[in-house]
Design a protein around this ligand. Structure first.
Ligand code: FCB
Length: 488
């Protein structure tokens, strides 16, 4: 086409591409227990997820992470998939019980060797390794000594962080300490739907504090161990909370839940202390005696990036006097695949009803799709808190997709989900938010915690019978987005 004809064509069909800033980091993520398998190899000891999965009736279909996506053995093939997609970065987590089987003391060199090989394979393809130290698989030996309920676990976590940094710090520049402390604390210790499967709201608050303390101590350990350029972050699951009606009772319920879900984690990290209203709201559960002098300073140790994991918004109202509060049954983001009976509320949710926002499409998890929620979240972080670069460390959706005879997987709903969330990401950047990158959850179909293998979040389909991988349409679409650094 001549220059004039193409100019005319451009004028008639204006470029509707949303172009991202130069250097924007395009990635995809996984987590050790969800993909690695090989739970008994090379000296790895049991994690709390191995123990939890062995309990009858807690994971759909009795699934476990024993084999998962066999990433431990197939990492080279998976790095090749990443190269085909064109990823700039791969977010993976390190399994603590592989590296330090008893959660303390000597390091298991053979366990660290795996991550060494993985990091080398990534680096040789020009893919940045983005390493998460804790994605929920605590060594069972530490659980036996009190787990996150015990203050000592935070100190052990810093030691483990140092051991990993010693070995991989020369090649890994971007580090995340803890993934979603809210889930680890509340789903694991109050709702009982994640490992270690406890239902003790007071304990869950103590666990939340120790997870945050562990984060702060690990940041300090990483700063003193790592030389050269590196960036430290933490990944929070955040969700905008809306009141079901504008009644005073519903608005106050929304304030409470926003406090427990978002501000209880953001504020100690970025403002140096727990919000006063949250402390007050849950005084009936704890006297907060587990917060020692100086802890909040440790938790607020400066980080370089804040990771935001976003999937769905949250709508709440005050429970009607006659209704029995079963927050988990109606929660915006239910996390139990098996049974809601017996699941006790997470801390501080007495008198709260979770609503499903009306008129929104849902994913296979039943989670409402609301891309605008991501924009609101990013703007709020930008406007209400001290400046900190943000990264979307997780965003994605499960749909019931399967491969056809030729191994093709058509997943138009996932493409729509990702495109809409990237459009909101772009809008946030345009509005001035300092957003450095975006990580799709997930690179691979994997073990979706208490839902087992039934919920597929991957942009790569995994046939769990034979471990065959097939890029879904969404992966091919994402490849084009990355190549153009733009969304059409
Ligand atoms: C997040 C977890 C991740 C995955 C997605 C769907 O809460 O961090 O491991 O389960 O949800």
């Amino acid at each position: 086409m001549s220059a004039t004809a193409s100019d005319r064509a451009a004028a008639e069909a204006p470029d509707e591409r949303l172009t991202f800033p130069d250097g924007f980091l395009w990635g995809a993520g996984t987590a050790a227990y969800q993909v690695e398998g090989a739970i008994g190899e090379d000296g790895r000891a049991a994690s709390i997820w191995d123990t939890f999965c062995a309990r009858p009736g807690v994971v759909c279909n009795g699934d476990t992470g024993e084999i998962a996506a066999d990433h431990y053995h197939r990492y080279a093939e998976d790095v090749e998939l990443m190269r085909r997609i064109g990823l700039d970065a791969y977010r993976f987590s390190v399994s603590w019980p592989r590296v330090q089987p008893t959660g303390a003391g000597p390091v298991n060199a053979a366990g660290l060797d795996f991550y060494d090989r993985l990091v080398d394979a990534l680096v040789s393809c020009g893919i940045d390794p983005v390493l998460t130290l804790y994605h929920w698989d605590l060594p069972q030996a530490l659980q036996d000594r009190g787990g996150w309920g015990a203050r000592d676990t935070a100190a052990r976590f810093a030691d483990y962080a140092e051991a990993v940094a010693d070995r991989l710090g020369d090649r890994v520049a971007l580090w995340t300490t803890v993934n979603e402390p809210w889930c680890a604390a509340f789903l694991g210790h109050a709702a009982g739907v994640h490992a270690p499967g406890l239902t003790d709201p007071a304990l869950s608050l103590r666990a939340a504090h120790h997870l945050l303390l562990g984060h702060g101590l690990a940041v300090q350990a990483l700063r003193s161990t790592l030389s050269g350029d590196h960036e430290l972050s933490v990944a929070l699951n955040l969700s905008p909370v809306t009141a079901a009606t504008d009644s005073e009772a519903d608005s106050d319920t929304a304030r409470r839940i926003d406090g427990l879900l978002n501000r209880m984690f953001i504020e100690p990290l970025l403002l140096g202390g727990y919000p006063a209203d949250v402390r007050e709201d849950i005084r009936h559960l704890t006297d907060w005696g587990f917060v020692h002098e100086g802890d909040e300073r440790v938790i607020a140790s400066p980080i370089d990036l804040l990771g935001v994991n976003y999937y769905t918004p949250t709508t709440v109202g005050a429970a009607k006097p006659s209704s029995v509060p079963r927050p988990w049954a109606g929660a915006a983001r239910p996390r139990s695949g098996v049974t809601e009976k017996g699941a006790s509320p997470w801390a501080g949710t007495d008198g709260v009803e979770f609503h499903q926002p009306e008129g929104l499409p849902r994913t296979a998890m039943g989670w409402a799709v609301q891309p605008r929620g991501l924009y609101e979240l990013l703007l709020r972080l930008h406007e209400d808190y001290p400046p900190i670069p943000l990264i979307i460390s997780e965003n994605g959706a499960a749909y019931d997709d399967g491969a056809d005879d030729l191994g093709r997987v058509h997943d138009p709903q996932r493409v729509r989900y990702l495109r809409a969330h990237l459009a909101m990401t772009h809008e946030a950047i345009t509005a001035g938010v300092d957003l450095r990158g975006y990580f799709v959850w997930s690179l691979l179909d994997n073990f979706e915690w208490s839902f087992g293998y039934g919920k597929r979040f991957g942009i790569t389909h995994v046939d769990f019978e034979n471990q065959r991988r097939s890029l879904k349409d969404s992966a091919l679409w994402y490849r084009d987005v990355i190549a153009a650094n733009a969304v059409a």
